[in-house]
Design a protein around this ligand. Structure first.
Ligand SMILES: C[S@@+](CC[C@H](N)C(=O)[O-])C[C@H]1O[C@@H](n2cnc3c(N)ncnc32)[C@H](O)[C@@H]1O
Length: 291
């Protein structure tokens, strides 16, 4: 089965109008953060961020299938000695727009290097906010199971009497756990903290995803042949990974430089072809829009 990769240039607000309602299984993206990286691809004022984001997320809501998931990688920075609140405001506004805020994963950047600040420590994690349209979204938990090794060596090493029996919820919720049940298993479900190194080798863009990040969510939230969308594509990490994993994808990038980098990447074109604009003809063939 041929995999379709559509790389589109422009503002995702406009280009998404070409995409059919309820057609995408997973939206995974890292938008420009408020006011950061102004020199490279423009930042949005934190005061205006929600206002800027909402018309775009309205399109995301329209194109996402009811069983689909939206993963938003974002992190507020420090302004005048305080954490900015725009991400919190955005979460509330997205809920009002009709999204369910179903989960928050933490991306722990495990390759951070040491540093010294007068009143805080190295920022070494980012948010991966999960939003859904319905509570019955598709989730293949088995696809991301991890070897028991880590637990076997730590939590399961010295089990208490409570761990060996069933530990009922203290608040009488009806939930309980029997940790000993996991002793004989070779795999366990992961936690919502993802330990992944940042990508430091990509010279095409200053803020790329490590490939492992879209890969993990694509495995969890889509099937082979499903559709993945990254509306703020950057250098094309999401479309590259989706295509390698047998998923169709749409990537939208506003800046010519990154758009070309993403096209080169997915079509394996060399710079000469891109400069000669041959890519326009080649990619037209691949641009089979969803609509
Ligand atoms: C944080 S970067 C994404 C990096 C990407 N995850 C990667 O691995 O390369 C955000 C990208 O969104 C692009 N962008 C900003 N506003 C946009 C818009 N309205 N529509 C489409 N792309 C936009 C920027 O040019 C930038 O390349």
């Amino acid at each position: 089965m041929a995999v379709i990769t559509n790389i589109l240039k422009g503002d995702c607000l406009d280009r998404l109008t070409e995409v059919k309602d309820n057609s995408v299984d997973l939206i995974i993206t890292s938008p420009p953060y408020a006011d950061s990286r102004v020199k490279t691809y423009g930042g949005i004022n934190p005061e205006k961020y929600v206002e800027w984001f909402l018309p775009r997320s309205q399109q995301f809501l329209r194109v996402l299938k009811p069983s689909g998931t939206f993963i938003l990688n974002i992190k507020e920075k420090v302004v005048n000695g305080e954490r900015s609140t725009y991400v919190l405001e955005l979460i509330l506004a997205l809920r009002k727009q009709g999204w369910l805020w179903t989960e928050e994963f933490i991306w722990h950047k495990k390759n951070s290097y040491p540093g010294k600040w007068p009143n805080r420590f190295r920022d070494s994690w980012e948010r991966l906010l999960q939003f859904n349209k319905t509570k019955s979204f598709f989730m293949n938990q088995e696809a991301v199971m991890v070897p028991m090794g880590d637990w076997a060596q730590t939590r399961l090493k010295n089990l208490s009497l409570i761990d060996l029996g069933r530990d009922e919820s203290k608040v009488k919720s009806g939930f309980g756990k029997k940790v000993a049940n996991w002793l004989s298993r070779s795999k366990a479900y992961p936690t919502n903290v993802l330990h992944m190194a940042t990508e430091t080798n990509n010279k095409n863009h200053s803020a790329v995803f490590p490939e492992a990040l879209p890969e993990w969510f694509i495995k969890l939230f889509t099937k082979t042949g499903g559709w993945v969308l990254d509306p703020f594509l950057g250098s094309g990490t999401t479309t590259r990974v989706a295509s390698r994993m047998g998923r169709n994808s749409i990537g939208i990038e506003i800046l010519e430089e990154y758009y070309r980098a993403a096209l080169r990447d997915v079509n394996r074109l060399d710079d000469k072809l891109v400069d000669n604009q041959v890519y326009e003809q080649i990619t037209q063939v691949r641009h089979i829009y969803v609509r």
